[in-house]
Design a protein around this ligand. Structure first.
Ligand SMILES: Nc1ncnc2c1ncn2[C@@H]1O[C@H](COP(=O)(O)OP(=O)(O)O)[C@@H](O)[C@H]1O
Ligand SMILES: [Mg+2]
Length: 418
């Protein structure tokens, strides 16, 4: 990597460049030439799935933009400068960068000392001018295809402590918010093969989905999974459940591994809607996820089950931060409920969010095939899903001093996951 960065244009144009996954790329340029070069790179076939946005203003504009907005998968910074002001700028950028964001610097100085300083600061690549569109393509694609590259995608598993607690509803609304508010390409994987509701909730009836993958493991790769996705919104796709009963869904524990590998290689974020079952493959899907959210209702059975799940998952994942849980359907009229504080005491962990019982809003959304945030009267609920989206993707909370319910806790969790 070092040699190719130091001699940028020496590689023949015909070398193989693996296409980039569906990542968001934002460039902050200082000169119109480079803005044009990056724009042209964005039109290259190997970046067809990526979303490339070009702005002017260099690192100053980037700092301004990300003070209050989540960072994309890749940031490109053009800088004329060599010494301390570039490094200082990058240090400030690092403070506002979300975990997982990669930075490429484009500059003029063919200087190994500078290059080392940049790498030390976590910069992924330094492209030296003059560089053409193909150099930019190669640099972006290289972030994801190098043998030691971290896979681009995170998998988030959402499961209910009991059936009917709203786990699927919460999972779908979180995925929608990740796609809309954080602009990350996201897939909802509906693992409730017999009875899943993701198709209904997103008003989709695709002919293909997760069953086509898991019943033909030999065909699975990113391109095959791509064809099984159905597009819901700009950044959101669905890997739907068949929701039919003509087959049985008894799988080997590892059956979904190749599906998750293929998703991780090409989709920045996958939200798994895990059915309320305890089988080899559901357990493995949850244990292997990057992040886990348990959805619980405020009663004794939910409390017991959440405790068992937390204990098991903490033991099975000793080097990860523990799963989060949220309370849902809180405040059903006339129903005796266990208070959030008592839940927290018994579990030795606070719920990351508490969602009220709102039958009119959830019922309307479900019957219309809409998400909560699409209903005009539901902004408070939408905010809860947005906070969950930020927490589960490791995105810093809205960086302007937020007074949200979740923020102190979110800060703590983010530190733990860093
Ligand atoms: N906070 C809530 N208030 C009212 N109804 C809710 C709430 N959350 C979910 N629901 C409703 O509860 C029902 C079960 O939700 P679902 O997501 O299918 O649960 P699960 O996946 O846990 O079985 C659905 O009709 C859904 O609209
Ligand atoms: Mg469900």
């Amino acid at each position: 990597m070092m040699t190719s960065a130091i001699q940028p244009s020496s590689v023949p144009a015909s070398d193989h460049i693996a296409p980039a996954p569906r990542v968001a790329v934002q460039a902050f340029c200082e000169t119109v030439e480079i803005a044009g070069t990056v724009q042209a790179a964005g039109e290259d076939r190997r970046l067809a799935k990526a979303h490339v946005k070009v702005q002017m203003g260099g690192i100053t504009a980037a700092l301004e933009a990300y003070r209050s907005a989540p960072t994309p998968n890749v940031i490109l910074i053009e800088s004329e400068s060599r010494g301390d002001d570039l490094l200082r700028g990058l240090d400030s950028l690092a403070e506002v960068c979300d975990s997982g964001t990669r930075v490429i610097v484009i500059g003029r100085h063919n200087d190994v000392v500078l290059y080392r300083e940049l790498l030390r600061r976590g910069v992924s690549d330094y492209l030296i001018l003059p560089a053409g569109a193909l150099d930019v393509v190669r640099s972006i694609c290289g972030l994801f295809s190098a043998p030691d590259a971290k896979p681009v995608g995170r998998v988030i598993a959402v499961l209910g402590a009991k059936g009917g607690v709203g786990a699927s509803t919460v999972a779908h609304n979180i995925a929608w918010s990740i796609a809309r508010d954080l602009q990350l390409d996201t897939v909802v994987g509906d693992l409730d093969l017999a009875f899943g509701t993701a198709g209904l909730d997103f008003n989709q009836d695709p002919p293909q989905g997760v069953a086509d993958a898991v019943f033909s493991p030999e065909r699975i790769d990113s391109a095959f999974i791509d064809r099984l996705l159905s597009k819901c919104t700009d950044h959101l796709s669905l890997l739907a459940a068949p929701a039919t009963l003509d087959r049985l869904y008894d799988f080997a524990a590892e059956a979904f591994d190749p599906v998750y590998d293929a998703l991780r290689a090409s989709i920045p974020c996958t939200v798994l809607d895990v059915p309320h079952q305890w089988t080899g493959w559901t357990r493995r899907s949850v244990v292997a996820a990057d992040d886990i959210l348990i959805v619980a209702g405020p009663d004794l059975a939910n409390l017991r089950n959440t405790k068992n799940l937390l204990d098991l998952l903490r033991a099975a994942r000793p080097h990860d931060h523990p799963p989060s849980y949220c309370l849902n359907q809180v405040g059903v009229p006339k129903r005796p409920e266990i208070k959030a504080a008592d839940f927290a005491k018994a579990l030795d962990a606070e719920p990351v969010v508490t969602i009220p019982f709102e039958p009119h809003m959830f019922g309307t959304a479900a019957n219309n095939g809409q998400m909560i945030a699409e209903l005009s009267s539901s902004q408070r609920l939408a905010e809860s899903f947005r906070q969950l989206a930020q927490l589960l993707t490791g995105r810093a909370q809205a960086k302007k001093a937020s007074s949200g319910l979740l923020s102190p806790l979110l800060g703590k969790l983010m530190k733990r996951s860093a």
